[in-house]
Ligand binder design. Structure first.
Ligand code: NOJ
Length: 515
């Protein structure tokens, strides 16, 4: 395992909305540099930055037009170099966002690929042999280009899929994975990764990492082989490079494809979603961390534990507070509920990821779609630094902002949260401080569940010499558990212990160290 990842705590930055340093209404790289001390002060030592490359921004930058050019709205290559240097000067690390499965339809490769006649990029994307040929099981577009064929898309219409081949090609137009054109796509992606690693980035969060090989099998054998080859070759040159996959199949991503980290993603109704986002379209919410929830932690554990156990010796199955694709947790959880949820997430194995603003409980805004965000747009609003103009995000006129700031009178800000000792911000900071000091948190194979019962909401788990107790419910609960040889090192709420039992107060969380 890459050494620095053992103790990594990530902060995700959506560059559009973090800090605007030049007053044009949109965030930029220099703005991020200005806030690195804030991120470090919170206790994060690593960053994942969403795509910042040249793009028409029909999907917020996940539609790349030039992989090697910084989008002018964020700055220049020089600004990127400065960002890498400033990050490293603070002993931090930074991952860029790699989009290997598709490009923008405006990428020059695709422009060439769509021309009539054969050229070097004809097979860089996946085309059928003629315009009325169907691509069974795959989304495709026809009627847009000169070329007599339909092309496969990976996500939105603006995102044609790059060609890494088919696991079992069945039609003439479906290339095998080792076809020279598919191998050329791999080379191009390796070249892009090495370009940024050479400049100083520390690795990549990989978008739709499972999407490369088409008509792949259930465990994504083809895509795993492609990654194994690409990651292996990149690591020969940059052995410390870190890769986290957007995949949520850690056995494939970590054990077969070679990623060090995979995310537990928010798939509707899954164990992760039930923790903080278990709401229906009528707005009813039964999320586990809601005080009045009827859920048991088993709903999460039964999905998490088998995957965790399968990969714990080889890599990290990572938990996130949220990200740019999901509704902010503060939509339905209040500050106390968020504190409990984060205390849990930040004390589990794997590198945690904090989405910008989640540490202060930024709220979800109901907004019209921006840059292909749709319902995600409301989780991408400007960071709320203080109560000055535009919450300190930008000096631009409010009408010029990338997205409007939260206009609520009690909108949380960094300034207010830092001043208030019992704020969410301080809970996150204190737990991360402990996380950084206790060796047990730097091992990622040591999770044990000590107490979970069907009809009880509270639960207890252990990591090495640390024992965590959590009761998200509104009533105190008593468990059979001997804690007398332990000392409490962090407490929210109340815990009482006697010889063989402990009572965890309503909405309480504690970390004990065995002495
Ligand atoms: C996942 C990204 O997180 C999301 O924001 C994007 O729209 C899709 N992949 C397509 O690249």
């Amino acid at each position: 395992m890459t050494e620095w990842l053992q103790t990594a705590v990530f902060y995700e930055i959506y560059p559009q909305s973090f800090k605007d340093s030049d007053g044009d209404g949109i965030g930029d790289l220099q703005g991020i540099v200005e806030k690195l001390d804030y991120i470090k002060g919170l206790g994060c030592n690593a960053i994942w930055m969403n795509p910042c490359f040249d793009s028409p921004f029909k999907d917020a930058g996940y539609d790349v037009r030039d992989y090697k050019k910084v989008a002018p709205r964020y700055g220049t290559t020089e600004d990127m170099r400065r960002l890498f240097d400033e990050v490293h000067r603070r002993k931090m690390h930074i991952l860029l966002d790699l989009v290997p499965g598709h490009t923008s339809e405006e990428h020059p490769w695709f422009q060439e690929s769509g021309m009539d006649g054969v050229n070097a990029y004809s097979d860089r994307y996946i085309w059928t042999d003629n315009w009325f040929q169907r691509a069974e099981g795959l989304a495709y577009i026809a009627g847009e280009r000169e070329r007599n064929g339909a092309y496969i898309i990976n996500f939105f219409k603006c995102q044609p899929a790059l060609n890494y081949g088919f696991l079992h090609p069945q039609e003439d137009w479906q290339k095998p994975m080792d076809h020279p054109a598919c191998l050329a796509t791999r080379e191009a992606m390796i070249d892009i990764m090495c370009y940024w690693l050479e400049m100083g980035c520390d690795g990549f969060r990989v978008d739709m990492a499972d999407s490369l090989v088409k008509n792949d099998d259930e465990v994504k054998s083809g895509t795993c082989l492609v990654w194994k080859d690409m990651l292996g070759r990149v690591r020969e040159r940059y052995p410390q490079a870190a890769f986290v996959s957007e995949w949520n199949m850690p056995e494939s991503a970590i054990c077969r494809a070679g990623f060090q980290m995979d995310f537990f993603l928010d798939w509707s109704g899954n164990g992760y979603n039930l923790l903080m986002r278990d709401y229906d379209d009528k707005g009813r919410d039964n999320s586990f961390f809601r005080k009045d929830s009827t859920r048991n932690i088993q709903d999460f554990l039964k999905e998490y534990l088998p995957k965790y156990e399968a990969v714990k010796e080889k890599g990290m199955y990572c938990l996130i507070t949220g990200n740019h694709d999901m509704i902010r947790a503060a939509y339905h959880l209040d500050e106390k509920e968020l504190k409990l949820a984060y205390a849990f997430l930040l004390t589990l194995p794997g590198a945690p990821f904090i989405y910008y603003g989640d540490e202060i409980g930024m709220r979800y805004q109901k907004l019209p779609c921006k840059e292909g965000g749709y319902t995600r747009t409301g989780s991408r609003t400007p960071m709320q630094w203080d109560n000055s103009k535009n919450h300190g995000f930008s000096k631009a006129d409010a009408s010029q902002l990338y997205l409007p700031t939260d206009s609520a009178l009690d909108a949380p800000t960094v300034e207010e949260q830092q001043k208030r000792e019992d704020s969410l911000y301080h809970t996150v900071r204190e737990i991360l401080e402990i996380r950084g000091k206790q060796e047990a948190f730097a091992r990622h194979d040591n999770l044990e569940i000590l107490s979970v019962e069907e009809n009880r909401r509270s639960f207890v788990y252990r990591r090495g010499n640390l024992i965590m107790l959590c009761n998200p419910s509104g009533q105190a609960e008593t468990l059979e558990l001997r804690l007398t040889e332990s000392a409490v090192i962090w407490l929210m709420g109340a815990v009482e212990t006697d010889a063989d039992r402990c009572t965890i107060g309503a909405q309480s969380f504690a970390i004990y160290r065995v002495v």
